[in-house]
Design a protein around this ligand. Structure first.
Ligand SMILES: Nc1ncnc2c1ncn2[C@@H]1O[C@H](COP(=O)(O)OP(=O)(O)OP(=O)(O)O)[C@@H](O)[C@H]1O
Ligand SMILES: [Mg+2]
Length: 388
């Protein structure tokens, strides 16, 4: 018979060389690789070194007997199958060994058929245990996948609900704009037409931003990190939002370190994150009732280990409760005007870069968002830079 498990070693322990010799031949005939020991101590050393799945041991041996060896082996590895060899008058010892989790016992003089049956039993147990392990692992994987799927489905459901809600709001806005334009045309009132047209443009801009954000969220692609000139990146981001800031009378301050150098980042993603946070800063400034000069400071600097972007505003600020929710999917305090995707996405992008976003905010006084991205080894922060 050939054994059918991958590790077909058997550790044979007997103090009598003749018996070992006979058993060794029988075991080899049955297809096993035989490791031999003539006492318990040596057997334990071999066991620790080779981890054979099956041990065949005599019960009566000088110094360490078979039962003691059985206990120690089970202590080392409870899954090892130990078959005891007992003399004719040792029935009580053989039964005692079963109490200590021996797989089976065979009696001397050894009948090869009985040995084969015992070994088959031990092998069957090993195969069953391995199958059970594989099933359990598979089951755990399936459960994990199911939970993930459920999470994704509920996030998707939440998202579809929110998108529909958002679109409804945008359509209301568009209807309002179109109504104004039509009324203006009817009355030949250019101011009203312009007013309505501005609403239409604003709503289209929101659709565009919302679509971009949703695509970014649903299709989580891997980062495309390339060396990017940090000063150029922040300058372009500033150019994108400055007109809007100007429109609301907000002073926009660029506080960039011209020596910031290059960063190994996904520039498109980082721009998206920065624009989302800057747009929030503009919103925060437009919503404040405090009689202060509205101001946003956009900063770029590096230290030895990080690229650091800061966005500070003196707008409405947040209380602790809001501060704790802002990165949650769909959290927004802006009603129909916000989807609550901006910071969720920004946080995800910075997280993907191995970085963090820290927020300090005081209700009524403003907020500062600090984005820290670790400099990877491939980055050359102090390289000469292209100044815009
Ligand atoms: N600079 C800030 N000052 C005060 N509150 C802020 C600031 N930035 C974010 N918040 C709060 O965090 C919330 C979540 O911001 P987030 O950008 O995720 O969504 P949103 O701006 O409401 O909608 P949108 O998806 O259009 O960006 C905002 O609604 C606002 O309450
Ligand atoms: Mg936002």
């Amino acid at each position: 018979m050939q054994t059918n498990h991958s590790n077909n070693q058997v550790l044979l322990v007997d103090d009598e060389a003749d018996i070992r010799e006979v058993l060794c031949i029988a075991l080899k005939d049955l297809g096993y690789l035989v490791l031999e020991a003539d006492n318990g101590e040596e057997a334990l050393n071999i066991f620790k070194d080779q981890s054979p799945p099956i041990v065949l041991t005599d019960i009566k041996m000088p110094t360490m007997d078979g039962i003691e060896l059985l206990k120690r082996i089970k202590n080392e590895n409870p899954e090892c199958e130990v078959i005891m060899i007992s003399g004719h008058g040792d029935m009580s010892l053989a039964i005692k060994s079963l109490k200590h989790e021996a797989t089976d016992f065979i009696t001397k003089p050894i009948n090869v058929d009985a040995l084969e049956i015992s070994l088959k039993r031990a092998n069957d147990k090993i195969i069953m245990r391995n199958k059970l392990k594989a099933y359990t692992e598979n089951l755990e994987l399936l459960i994990r996948e199911k939970i993930e799927l459920q999470d994704n489905l509920s996030a998707l459901g939440l998202m579809i609900g929110s998108i529909s809600h958002g679109i409804k709001g945008l359509l209301t806005g568009l209807d309002g704009g179109i109504y104004l334009v039509n009324a203006g045309i009817r009355k030949k009132n250019l101011n009203q037409i312009e007013e309505g047209w501005e609403v239409v443009i604003l709503m289209i801009d929101r659709v565009r931003r919302m679509t971009g954000d949703i695509l970014l969220h649903t299709k989580q692609r891997d980062l495309d990190r390339r060396p990017a000139d940090l000063l150029s990146l922040v300058s372009e981001v500033a150019l994108t939002v400055e007109p809007k800031a100007a429109k609301y009378g907000i002073t926009f301050i660029r506080d960039f370190d011209a020596m910031a150098g290059e960063g190994l980042i996904d520039a498109g993603y980082i721009s998206t994150a920065l624009i989302n946070i800057l747009e929030n800063a503009i919103d925060a400034c437009t919503h404040t009732k405090a009689a202060v000069d509205k101001r946003i400071t956009f900063g770029l600097r590096t230290d030895k280990r990080h690229i650091i972007f800061t966005i500070q505003d003196n707008g409405i600020g947040m209380d602790l409760d809001a501060r704790e929710k802002i990165f949650s999917l769909f959290y927004s305090s802006k009603g129909k005007k916000g989807t609550g995707l901006g910071l969720f996405i920004a946080n995800k992008i910075i997280g993907q870069h191995g970085g963090t976003i820290n927020v300090d905010s005081v209700l009524g006084h403003g907020s500062i968002f600090t984005l820290k991205i670790p400099i990877t080894s491939a980055q050359k922060v102090s390289d000469p830079v292209k100044v815009m």
